[in-house]
Design a protein around this ligand. Structure first.
Ligand SMILES: Nc1ncnc2c1ncn2[C@@H]1O[C@H](COP(=O)(O)OP(=O)(O)OP(=O)(O)O)[C@@H](O)[C@H]1O
Ligand SMILES: [Mg+2]
Length: 464
């Protein structure tokens, strides 16, 4: 390729890229000044190209010009944030990289400046920080008057889950970090709060921070705090680690924390002190950490979403909460409790749930776990009128998830006990339900079942 062709290639290259490109030759004359740079600096290209850089940009003091430094002092400036007024007096913020181009003897033959316009990003981040600033200090559960949970709020019959609760009770007596794994809605928050509110730290503050809920940059300042001038908009403020001093910090969905920040968190936990962003002072901390994830930790580590070293540091006490589909013996007790709780709230008088309705729930997989079950009960109780029994009609389950399971349950029954037993079971359930909805009135129940009163009486004597 000839020199002229290289020039064309360079020109095309600078036109294609989205960032601003400005190249000056050894005499300080601008040879490339692309459209993106012209837009950024609000300076017409023809005013710059072929002209001496120092003359066109005379308002920039020579000692501050990164292009001049690159050209005359061989100084590279990498990723420098600059805020300046462009030719229209508009404040522009850029991230600049400026490098000298050296010949074989080490003499600068040109200097290249690449500018990325971050004015909008900067504006947004200041807005967020502004909101952050105006927002009252993060409040603990106590101050916010959010429901405080303790172990008695955990309804459980399942043996495996009971053991987990026992481990959590032991955990409450120590200050070790706790790592909770459980699908969404399995009760991780209740466990975490119970550990805090039934432990030594109960009189100190409990903070919960969902790591997936706020942007990465804010998460870091939220956790560690900031020092005024540390970065644009920063002011002196405590982070959650300082605020939760002596208490507990629940870090939900810790895998959503950027990998680098996970590394910083690990260092904090190992050294028991933090440094605010932009600060130089180490501040000792005494905070118990409870971390949660709702995906398999092993898989998260494998996929590079959870640092292995952080996981081992946090996993001193491990609580693995099984999904509701693996502890279906908890469903009836949870149903009773939720009926009781929401009866009161919704002013209803439901006494129980029919067996067939319960069976329907037992066939469901509950991807949303206990939260989903509670929502189903809330909607059932709200749907009910003056009746005292919740039936299948009141149960609104996401059908996509049930069909397969209903079939599976039927298959299980058939396999286990044969068709006669299955039919008998169905009959018993229908009779029970008819009796319940008829409030024990045999004539009414027989009407519902479309059989004679005597037949029903006979069946009741025989089977129930
Ligand atoms: N064993 C339980 N007994 C009573 N209520 C429960 C139980 N488990 C969960 N709940 C109820 O289910 C809802 C979800 O519980 P929680 O917020 O603790 O779940 P989580 O695991 O933290 O969910 P997520 O991962 O979505 O944050 C809450 O309303 C809680 O009261
Ligand atoms: Mg939670």
């Amino acid at each position: 390729m000839k020199g002229k062709e290289y020039e064309t290639l360079l020109f095309m290259l600078s036109e294609i890229v989205k960032d601003g490109v400005h190249i000056v030759n050894s005499q300080g004359k601008s040879i490339i000044y692309n459209e993106a740079m012209a837009v950024l600096e609000k300076t017409p290209r023809e005013d710059v190209i072929g002209k001496s850089f120092g003359t066109v940009f005379s308002h920039i003091p020579t000692e501050e010009s990164t292009l001049t430094k690159a050209l005359y002092k061989n100084v590279s400036t990498i990723n420098k944030r600059q805020t300046y007024l462009n030719n229209y007096g508009k404040e522009v913020t850029t991230i600049n990289t400026t490098v000298p181009v050296l010949d074989q003897s080490g003499k600068a033959i040109a200097a290249i400046e690449i500018s990325k316009d971050i004015t909008d990003i900067e504006y947004l981040s200041n807005e967020i920080l502004g909101m952050h600033k105006e927002r009252p200090e993060p409040k603990s559960i106590k101050e916010l008057k959010i429901k405080k949970y303790n172990f008695s709020d955990l309804i459980c019959k399942n043996e495996e889950f009971k053991e987990i609760i026992e481990t959590a009770k032991k955990a409450a007596k120590s200050s070790s970090s706790v790592f909770i794994y459980g699908e969404t809605g399995t009760g991780k928050e209740i466990l975490a709060q119970s550990i805090h509110f039934e432990g030594e730290r109960k009189d100190k503050l409990f903070f919960a921070q969902n790591c997936a809920a706020i942007p990465e940059t804010l998460l870091e300042s939220m956790l560690f705090g900031t020092v005024k001038g540390g970065f644009t908009g920063a002011m002196d403020r405590q982070g959650l680690f300082e605020q939760a001093s002596g208490g507990t910090l629940l870090l939900d969905e810790i895998n959503a924390m950027p990998f680098e920040l996970q590394g910083k968190l690990l260092r904090v936990l190992q050294e028991d002190c933090i440094r605010r962003i932009g600060g130089s002072r180490d501040i000792p901390i005494d905070v118990r950490i409870i971390a949660t994830v709702n995906e398999q930790p092993g898989e998260l580590i494998e996929k590079g979403r959870l640092r292995k070293d952080l996981y081992y540091r946090l996993n001193i006490i491990n609580l693995n909460v099984p999904p509701l589909r693996d502890r279906k013996d908890d469903i009836p007790v949870l149903v009773s409790e939720f009926i009781r709780k929401h009866n009161e709230k919704l002013g209803k008088e439901i006494w129980m749930m029919s067996e067939s309705a319960l069976k329907l729930l037992m066939t469901h997989d509950f991807p949303g776990n206990v939260r989903e079950l509670e929502n189903i009960i809330i909607s059932a109780v709200s749907l009910a009128g003056k009746e005292h029994v919740l039936t299948e009609e009141h149960i609104k389950i996401n059908k996509i998830n049930t069909r397969g399971n209903e079939k599976k349950l039927m298959d299980d029954i058939k396999m286990e006990n044969g068709l006669d037993s299955l039919l008998e079971n169905i009959e018993i359930n229908l009779i029970k339900e008819a009796m319940l909805t008829s409030k024990g009135n045999i004539t009414k129940a027989a009407d519902k079942l479309k059989i004679k009163r005597q037949t029903l009486q006979h069946k009741l004597k025989k089977r129930l």
